[in-house]
Write a protein that binds this ligand. Structure first.
Ligand code: NAP
Ligand code: GLV
Length: 315
């Protein structure tokens, strides 16, 4: 029984060290190291090249190295009958909460505008409203979105969330489905995207949506987009056009259609955009190694693996 480890971005030798610590006696291969594909029963993957997984005839489980699984399901040859275990790690959730709270506060307290003044040595005071009057809307009330919405609520923001199925959360206005999409947008000044990237959500952050957001009066330049979801959620040209025309008053963007973000991208040079390099919430290799160990033990006991993503719904 062997495990194939692959990541397009992480140092695989470092990850393999953690896997070896948690999985003594198991063989951990990196691509190109094994001769017989039949040996591989488990795969731990981030953005595998198309065809890598379908070339493993005895594959039993795929472990995603991240919370999202779009990097697996985008492969047209993905073996859809194979269970996919995703990451639900309290430390990743905590990082995401930090990221969104930080950026919501950054825009609410008009930090990028003060930075522009600072660059010109100008001492200017800007208006802000009370935090309880700032309406944040979280797209996706899953593991991360729900935790983020609660932190924002507890910090004092007026919070709503939107998801496929109806949720109930104390002090959070929960909207669901296509029928309530417009109502959710119309009450939202700071829009946070924590959806998974699926056929249904690709390109959801578009001009039409930005135009529906609530205006913020004299506080903040206009509605704000915070996107730590996936780059594919944004029509990037629409985001730039909305910033340029004032339909959006600022943005914090962690993810992009092409990563790393091209040096020529219009996002880099803008005062009203904070670009981060897909760093909102990183997966802890020790957590994944331990999750694999625990799941292998479950399989030995004849139990199901998890937490599972579902190919048919795309997340
Ligand atoms: P999750 O638990 O699967 O939650 C997804 C949420 O989105 C659920 O509430 C789901 O609704 C909702 N949803 C899915 N499709 C929808 C649609 N078409 N319309 C409305 N709502 C929809 O996912 P998660 O663990 O919170 O992670 C969310 C995403 O965060 C990941 O997929 C990944 O892209 C991103 N992420 C980014 C970073 C980073 O560092 N930037 C780190 C980790 C994750 P239901 O509850 O009704 O199913
Ligand atoms: C990171 O983007 C993840 O999906 O965990």
């Amino acid at each position: 029984m062997s495990i194939l480890l692959y990541s397009s971005v992480d140092d695989m030798d470092v990850w393999r060290g953690h896997f070896r610590d948690a999985l003594p006696g198991k063989t951990i291969y990196l691509p190109g190291e094994f001769e017989n594909a039949e040996e591989i029963e488990y795969a731990a993957m981030w953005e595998p090249p198309s065809g890598m997984l379908s070339s493993l005839p005895n594959l039993k489980v795929v472990f995603s190295l991240g919370a999202g699984v779009d990097h697996l399901f985008r492969d047209g040859s993905f073996p859809r009958h194979i269970p996919v275990v995703r990451v639900i790690d309290p430390s990743l959730t905590e990082q995401m909460c930090e990221y969104v709270l930080l950026h919501a506060m950054y825009h609410h307290r008009r930090m990028w505008e003060y930075k522009v003044f600072q660059n010109k040595s100008e001492w200017n005071l800007l208006e802000t409203k009370r935090i309880g009057d700032v309406r944040v809307g979280v797209m996706g009330l899953g593991v991360l979105g729900t935790a983020v919405a609660r932190v924002l609520r507890d910090f004092g923001f007026s919070v709503a969330g939107w998801s496929s199925s109806r949720k109930e959360e104390d002090g959070i206005s929960c909207f669901a489905g296509a029928d309530e999409w417009d109502a959710f947008l119309e009450r939202t000044e700071i829009l946070v995207c924590l959806l998974p990237l699926t056929d249904a959500t690709r390109g959801i952050l578009s001009s039409a949506v930005f135009k529906k957001l609530a205006r913020c009066g004299d506080t903040m330049r206009g509605p704000v987009l915070i996107n730590p979801g996936r780059g594919g959620h944004m029509v990037e040209g629409d985001v730039l056009a909305a910033l340029e025309s004032g339909v959006l008053g600022g943005a914090s963007l962690d993810v992009f259609g092409e990563e790393p973000l091209d040096a020529k991208s219009g996002f880099w040079g803008r005062d009203d955009v904070l670009v981060t390099p897909h760093s909102a919430a990183a997966t802890d290799p020790v957590f994944v190694a331990t999750s694999i160990r625990d799941n292998l033990a479950r399989l030995e006991r004849g139990e199901e693996v998890g937490p599972l993503a579902h190919f048919d719904r795309g997340y």
